[in-house]
Design a binder for this molecule. Structure first.
Ligand SMILES: Cc1cc2nc3c(=O)[nH]c(=O)nc-3n(C[C@H](O)[C@H](O)[C@H](O)COP(=O)(O)O)c2cc1C
Length: 159
């Protein structure tokens, strides 16, 4: 995300009940920071939904609850994306889950389907429980996909 003069405003917004998704969010924040792009990270309860439209890139981190469901604290954010309907907003969604459940990381799938319709969805990533060292390159790929989508949106805007 460093090759244009304009620095995108990037937010990582996550929900985490037991810490796995928080750890994943912090890995992504660390990787993004290496590209010199300022990244703000918010636990969902600290993120002002009214500010969603002020960001160029929003990355969601979610665990999965119930039977493949979005945690209730993220439902407001889900609706806010639907209502915003901003196709130039670059998004991505990652999640941690437990593959013992029938719908592994079902919340990621639910966000993916909605974000694909309402935003410029860059990529998704599913992680088994607490992220491990071998997941790190997968987060690097996620960051690279986000950057590529951002460059695409910038290019479209200037042509
Ligand atoms: C009651 C309950 C239901 C769950 N349902 C699912 C599920 O449907 N699919 C899944 O992949 N993981 C499911 N999980 C596992 C969590 O999503 C997983 O442990 C996740 O890493 C927790 O993230 P956190 O540490 O950020 O809270 C469930 C966990 C609990 C306790």
């Amino acid at each position: 995300m460093a090759s244009t003069n304009y620095k995108p405003r990037v937010a990582i917004v996550y929900a985490s009940a037991t810490g796995n998704t928080k750890a994943a969010a912090e890995i992504l924040q660390h990787i993004c920071r290496q590209t010199q792009v300022p990244v703000s990270i918010f636990a969902i309860n600290d993120f002002p939904l009214a500010e969603l439209s002020r960001y160029d890139v929003v990355v969601i981190g979610t665990y999965t609850w119930g039977s493949g469901e979005i945690p209730k604290e993220l439902r407001g954010l889900f609706t806010a994306f639907e209502e915003l309907g901003h196709k130039k907003l670059v998004t991505a969604v990652f999640g941690t889950g437990d593959s013992c459940y029938a719908e592994f990381c079902g919340a990621v799938d639910r966000f993916r389907d909605m974000l694909f319709v309402h935003t410029e969805l860059a990529a998704t990533l599913k992680v088994e429980l607490m992220p491990q060292d071998l997941d790190y390159p997968r987060f690097e790929k996620l960051a690279a996909s986000i950057e590529a989508s951002w460059q695409k949106v910038m290019l479209t805007a200037t042509n």
